[in-house]
Design a protein around this ligand. Structure first.
Ligand SMILES: Cc1ncc(COP(=O)(O)O)c(C=O)c1O
Length: 431
């Protein structure tokens, strides 16, 4: 950090610190949350996962619709009240004197957010930069990597379209070669998943683009094993962790991916338009930032944050989302999300004509589940759920995938999932 910046940070330190401090309401809320957590702290995450009283209280921490059952948290998630409040507080403060409070105060408080995000990912804060979403984070890597004509990049048809398009743009513009991996809709065979990637490696392969959890189906990839194979051949790995960060507990130093991008408005429930990039320390000088810094080849991770004026309240309220995440506890959250996925799938799979396209094994899935009904168009199922039952899901028709995706979050109740299962039963019977 430059000296002038460090000195300034010191001088405003008390003030900036006070800004991240909770309001009285937040303190009362935190005290109640603590007492709730105390009541369940002797239980294992799996035991807590079934405690509907505790999760009803978590649901009340959100402001979600009482009439619509939102089961599309895979797209974007709502924020708990405390996060909305924090955002509004920072926004009001910014409006008192924008250039002072945003540029001279909140801008420096990003350092606390950086450290807290790094702690969840298990890396050094100097390897983490705040971004607006996964698309921006991974565009920084995809467009910033020095690649030459003929260099090969391995990726999958099941990766996210924005990333596929970014790679296709580089293919057109720079003459790199894309080598495509095809996937089954669902797989519980880690050896086969690893082999599909390894089969595409050649002496010219420089980069492997890997989606940690496939958004279309909820398929979780054996990332650590795939990264190991890539590294053995000198190939660097970009991990799209849009669906695993703050959803599943993992440590980037175990997976050992070289680069990672994620959105924080998905599983962390941070403000809309927040994300994060991770670049392993030794690679930082190699990546040219999309929005250039005074020295684009420096080894300072902050070179990826030269965005100009952005939503400072959004960035600052990420801190409150992290607090909320830790208060529930990452392990409890993961156990509850898996429990909810199994809850509806165990019931739905008994219904005639229903097919489940997501594994229930923990090593191949998390909270996301995909189903279809034989003889019923998946788009039609999505419409009936929305129009007749006020259940919001998303229909997935992509490559070899055809189904309806169901994604609960921590505020989803089993009662809501009972409604979903009853609706699926009705649709199956009447079509
Ligand atoms: C796997 C994956 N990567 C990237 C993205 C893009 O996320 P964002 O729109 O927040 O940039 C998504 C969005 O759903 C996704 O599922």
């Amino acid at each position: 950090m430059p000296n002038s910046r460090r000195n300034f940070l010191k001088s405003v330190g008390g003030f900036a610190g006070a800004l991240t401090f909770s309001s009285l309401w937040d303190k009362l809320y935190a005290a109640e949350f603590d007492s709730r957590i105390n009541k369940i702290s002797h239980l294992s995450p799996e035991e807590v996962a079934t405690d509907e009283d505790f999760w009803a209280w978590v649901q009340n921490s959100y402001t979600v619709s009482a009439s619509l059952v939102n089961l599309n948290n895979g797209g974007v998630s709502p924020q708990p009240k405390v996060v909305q409040e924090a955002f509004e507080r920072y926004n009001r403060l910014s409006n008192e004197a924008p250039s002072f409070f945003m540029w001279r105060t909140l801008d420096f408080s990003r350092e606390a957010v950086r450290s807290d995000l790094a702690a969840i990912l298990g890396c050094d804060p100097e390897e983490v930069a705040v971004q607006r979403n996964t698309t921006e984070a991974l565009a920084n890597i995809i467009f910033g990597l020095p690649l030459s004509k003929g260099d090969e990049v391995v990726l999958s048809k099941h990766d996210y379209p924005n990333m596929i398009n970014a790679w296709k743009q580089r293919e057109k513009r720079d003459g790199i070669v894309l080598k495509w991996v095809g996937h089954e809709v669902m797989s519980e065979n880690a050896d086969e998943l690893v082999k599909r990637y390894v089969d595409q490696f050649s002496k010219k392969t420089k980069i492997l683009h890997l989606t940690h959890m496939i958004n279309w189906t909820g398929q979780l990839m054996p990332a650590q094993r795939i990264v190991e194979k890539a590294h053995a051949q000198g190939i660097k790995v970009i991990l799209d962790a849009a669906h695993t960060f703050a959803h599943l507990e993992f440590n980037i130093n175990e997976i050992k991916a070289d680069f990672l991008g994620t959105s924080l408005h998905k599983w962390l429930c941070a403000p809309f338009g927040s994300g994060m990039i991770y670049v392993r320390k030794e690679h930082i000088p190699d990546i040219w930032p999309l929005m250039s810094a005074p020295d684009p080849q420096e080894d300072n991770i902050r070179k990826f944050e030269h965005l100009g004026t952005r939503s400072f309240p959004t960035e600052q309220a990420i801190g409150m989302a992290i607090k909320f995440h830790h208060t529930i506890g990452g392990a409890r959250k993961e156990a509850r999300l898996r429990y909810l996925k199994d809850y509806w799938i165990n019931r739905a799979k008994e219904i005639p004509k229903v097919r489940i396209h997501t594994s229930q094994l923990p090593e191949f899935s998390g909270a996301i589940g995909l189903f279809s009904i034989d003889g019923v168009d998946s788009t039609e199922i999505g419409k009936i759920l929305q129009n007749d039952y006020l259940i919001h899901t998303t229909t997935i028709i992509w490559e070899n995938i055809d189904g309806v995706r169901v994604t609960p979050n921590v505020y989803t109740s089993t009662r809501e999932l009972d409604k979903l299962v009853a609706a699926i039963q009705k649709i199956s019977e009447s079509n």
